[in-house]
Design a protein around this ligand. Sequence first.
Ligand code: DLL
Length: 432
Amino acid sequence: MFEPDKETLPREDLEALQLRRLQATVERCYATVKHYRHSMDELGVKPQHIKTIQDVRHLPFTKKEHLRQNYPFGLFSTPMSQVVRVHASSGTTGKPTVVGYTKRDIDTWANLMARSLAASGLKPGDRIQNAYGYGLFTGGLGFHYGAEKLGLMVIPISGGQSRKQIMLLQDFQADALACTPSYALNLVESAEEMGVDLRTLPVKVGIFGAEPWTNEMRFELESKMGIDAIDVYGLSELIGPGVSNECVEAKDGLHVWEDHFLVECVDTQTGKPLPAGEEGELVFTSLTKETFPILRYATRDISCLNYAPCKCGRTHARMRKPAGRTDDMLIIRGVNVFPSQVEEVLMKSETLGPFYQIEVSREGSMDQVLINVEASSPLSEKGDDSINRVAEKVKRDIKEFIGISTKVVVKNLGEVPRSQGKAVRVIDHRQK
Ligand code: DLL
């Protein structure tokens, strides 16, 4: 729900609230979590050194590896008897990273998700089809509790079963669809196969996140579904979805819920804080968490911050749509490339559809990049000449805008794998 008393606080008041909460969080971490006590002692920082919110910079960063080292419950700050839920992030190799919640944490999270859904344009009485995965992933249950809190009717279908998703969108008349943007594309395709025009259904907003997606992808989803496509960001280490969300009024950056999370943007090499508008790594400190408070979590997500007033009236800073994560960034012959930059170029072509995958390999000492992208309609309808022209143009544009040489193969419909949740954009054969 919209909480004007919190979301439109003058910055001075917001910062005073943040400072009180930061001090309490640092004290809690120092007193109850061995890892934080050790790492703060190593830097010679004590809780009483935090006198302004800028003092957060004296605290040590927390990194993914610290969560792994303390698997499963080593960073929990409450007795296990108070933990009512755990979630875990998938982790492609080895053990997952685990986070925990008290009853109050679950309530805080539900409020933040209710706030996010309200910012997306929903109101009590609306219906939401929740196609985020239910389970250890935070997407399904995070949206579920938030939607109920706001007073929405939830259709808890989880991910997958695309044709059933379309049938229920028609029959249960949801006002909103929540899923990853790549899965939304998958649903658009299923609807087309079933002869259903999504634009004629009541669904008016899509709340898409959990993976990077471009504005070009937004326009594609908006035009095919007849909706407002809104970006939602979050991560399990912080709470799950509901760390930041776009407002439907501006759709121009995601408001970070700053009364609950202190955000910094830092230089990826030096870790030094950057001024607003400069691109770097997002770092968050939780301000209200009980079981899993976290100090200066280095997300590896690349974005920048904007403190300019927003037309929706909210005063909370906005983060630009994340370009991707440093560990998804490809380094091709020395050039840093995010899959989202490739997406931006591909989506400009009407001959190409929105499904793509990037393969990287090494021949001798040279990195080779192969972009597999589907045509927007059967290849037989397009003719070889037109396909070759499009492939050449994409190659040229990628060289010009991103600076790397690639091979582009235009595939027939259905030849690029579809996603049920987070899309796999890159196959890097160099890592084998
Ligand atoms: O993906 C939480 C979530 C669920 C967010 C549903 C939004 C909707 P994790 O599985 O821990 O949590 O993955 C977190 O996903 O560090 C980003 O790299 C990426 N990510 C999440 N949202 C966005 C977004 C959930 N809107 C990781 N844009 C984060 C770009 C995103 N990347």
